[in-house]
Design a protein around this ligand. Structure first.
Ligand SMILES: [Zn+2]
Length: 266
């Protein structure tokens, strides 16, 4: 997004079918905030965790958080715009960005000075919690974070009390299977080899997802389907483990379901 959108000036913003989103707090109550994006020029697009910050040169920001699914598409002309979207941003060069949330998420137009009021912004951008993509998250630092936590791996890696930002339950299942760890293991009880396996699996899953253009159920900015299929998750329902042949099980962990191989993951 940064490569494609940087330097573009916003000509107009258009919202549609957004009343439901407003009702549940997924979009600004007062849509006048989106008018303030107009004439702004995009300085940068930065993502961290599950949040995308489109920063303009007029002290405004478009904050997008497609938490569990969203369609953010770039179009070279108005003719290419799909019928369904929640927000459409037209640029001065006649290109267009459309945003549609398909599950939970947020679309906000916010002043720099108001960003602190945004829960998702504070959570993913303005906290001391490292992103697994940060180079500063070394194995030593990660090990220390695990050692300090006697909670189950699920809550240590996913959700609001996680020691890293942005890992979904989907990524979690994939990571734990690769690291051969059971989701109910306590973080502080992992030995050094297990911590290393976990760290490597996190980096691997994220790198593979990026390399292969995202997870297969999502689409990139140009509408191309992602090429990454998780090795463990709901897609493995009623299947057997590709390593040992054991039937895959589904477990309730920390307010969600986790698929796992009961033999490989201990
Ligand atoms: Zn197995």
């Amino acid at each position: 997004m940064n490569k494609e959108l940087q330097g573009k000036r916003i000509k107009s913003c258009h919202l549609q079918d957004y009343e439901r989103l407003q009702k549940i707090g997924m979009l600004d109550k007062d849509t006048k905030s989106f008018h303030q994006l107009v004439n702004g020029k995009i300085k940068s697009v930065i993502s961290r965790g599950n949040v995308i910050r489109v920063k303009l040169n007029n002290e405004m920001n478009l904050i997008l958080a497609p938490e569990y699914g969203g369609k953010i598409f770039y179009h070279t002309s108005e003719k290419m715009v799909p019928r369904k979207f929640h927000l459409k941003v037209n640029f001065n060069d006649d290109t267009v960005l459309t945003v549609r949330l398909t599950s939970m998420g947020l679309i906000h137009a916010m002043k720099d000075s108001d960003l602190e009021r945004s829960y998702v912004f504070r959570r993913d951008f303005n906290s001391d919690v490292p992103s697994p993509m940060d180079e500063e998250l070394t194995f030593e630092r990660f090990s220390k974070l695990l050692a300090e936590n006697n909670r189950m791996l699920k809550s240590v890696l996913v959700g609001k009390d996680a020691v890293v930002v942005g890992l979904s339950n989907s990524a979690f299942q994939d990571i734990l299977y690769r690291a051969r760890l059971h989701p109910k293991r306590k973080a502080s009880e992992l030995n050094k080899d297990e911590r290393r396996a976990l760290y490597d699996a996190i980096k691997l899953v994220l790198q593979e997802r990026i390399k292969l253009n995202g997870k297969d159920q999502f689409h990139d900015l140009y509408g191309n389907q992602g090429g990454y299929t998780p090795v463990m998750g709901p897609n493995m329902k009623k299947q057997t483990c590709t390593v040992c042949g054991t039937p895959i099980e589904k477990l309730s962990v920390g307010g969600g379901h986790v698929y796992l191989c009961p033999k490989c993951q201990v």
